[in-house]
Design a protein around this ligand. Structure first.
Ligand SMILES: Nc1ncnc2c1ncn2[C@@H]1O[C@H](COP(=O)(O)OP(=O)(O)O)[C@@H](O)[C@H]1O
Ligand SMILES: [Mg+2]
Length: 348
């Protein structure tokens, strides 16, 4: 990697996430726990994002993917835990928030609400660089270059307004806007999820090209496992605010360890459009993140659960190949073992 901003060398993770915790307090009458309670959206999350990789994040709706992303972006502050960006603690004197923020950008699912409807597209893209001190003319030139780079001819699109574009074109603008500050890390939160399948494929290929060209690192969040498999080098699986498994794409998709990952994959829709069905990833809903199950949070839906699973929280253990899992069956001393593979992997 030749990025002059690369302080720690290629082996040092671009972002280390340690013990991240974000609870949303909820107040109101009629609630348990004396009316004081919290949604445990992100509940002790640790992982690394390696330089130059695409790390996919999967998990059912509500498991804390977007909250994790918003904390990583420092759009909201964590309750506790630490972010270390290329060796420097985020928010420290060595790496103040403002300096961190320009190196980390985000693209959201909703292409329309991210753009100011009264600003032309080139002004939208040039806005942040101007705020960060770039001369207007230089910023507009950069905006036009980026438009061309994301496949929108500047002479046709620069002066248009968001409502004059299709969803796919708007998402290309959002990607250009995210790149305008020359970030190193781009967080894509369901960034292609609202697009038609053919447009989605084009935007995914664009993201791969841009990553190569600009030496980017991606955190790619999606509920669509096929898309995550296509784009990710490694994959992280979340369940109820925690990381349950992480590994290379091949490890997680071909040799999943956690019963939750297995269940998710079993209900994965086929890539063949004729075979595709709109089934929920898992039977039943995840338990309430306000009062998550004791021990292993998945035990209430796990076909392999044994008494200890409701009592002891599994440790997250990573093997020599970098495949990590939090499940008592992988802890040698726990005594918890796989049941015979059952036809129904998940019970509710
Ligand atoms: N601002 C908020 N206030 C209260 N609860 C929230 C807030 N944002 C998210 N949550 C809750 O936190 C949990 C995780 O949400 P989220 O991070 O959006 O999950 P995901 O992106 O995986 O669908 C959910 O139970 C959600 O309802
Ligand atoms: Mg989300």
């Amino acid at each position: 990697m030749t990025d002059p901003r690369d302080i720690g060398g290629p082996q040092q993770p671009l972002l280390k996430v340690r013990d991240l915790l974000k609870h949303f307090p909820i107040k109101g009458k009629g609630l348990p726990f004396g009316g004081k309670s919290a949604v445990r959206a992100v509940d002790g999350v640790s992982f690394d994002i390696l330089k130059g990789e695409t790390l996919g994040v999967v998990g059912e709706s509500g498991c804390g993917k977007s909250t994790t992303a918003r904390v990583l972006m420092q759009l909201i502050a964590q309750d506790s835990g630490e972010l270390v960006f290329d060796g420097e603690t985020v928010g420290s004197r060595a790496l103040p928030l403002r300096q961190f923020r320009r190196q980390t950008q985000m693209v959201f699912q909703d292409s329309y609400s991210s753009l100011n409807p009264r600003m032309t597209i080139e002004d939208s893209i040039a806005f942040a660089p101007i705020v960060h001190g770039l001369a207007s003319r230089t910023a507009i030139t950069r905006a036009r270059d980026l438009l061309a780079r994301v496949g929108l001819q500047p002479e046709r699109f620069a002066g248009r307004y968001p409502h004059e574009l299709s969803g796919g074109q708007r998402q290309r603008v959002n990607i250009a806007r995210a790149l305008a500050l020359e970030p190193r890390l781009v967080i894509l939160d369901e960034a292609v999820s609202a697009l038609d399948k053919s447009v989605e494929a084009q935007v995914l290929n664009l993201l791969l090209d841009l990553k190569q060209e600009f030496g980017l690192t991606y955190l790619f969040i999606s509920h669509d496992l096929n898309v995550v498999r296509f784009i990710s080098d490694r994959v992280l699986v979340m369940y109820l605010g925690q990381v349950v498994e992480i590994g290379s794409s091949d490890q997680v998709f071909d040799h999943p360890k956690h019963p939750y990952t297995r269940a998710l994959l079993q209900s994965m829709p086929s890539t063949d459009p004729l075979q595709r069905t709109e089934v929920a990833p898992l039977a039943g809903d995840p338990p309430n993140p306000i009062n998550p199950p004791s021990g292993c949070r998945f035990h209430t839906r796990c076909a392999h659960a044994q008494p200890l699973c409701s009592q002891r929280m599994p440790l997250f253990a990573t093997d020599d190949s970098g495949h990590g899992v939090a499940c008592l069956r992988y802890e040698p001393d726990s005594g918890v073992q796989f049941k015979e593979q059952s036809a129904v992997e998940v019970s509710v």
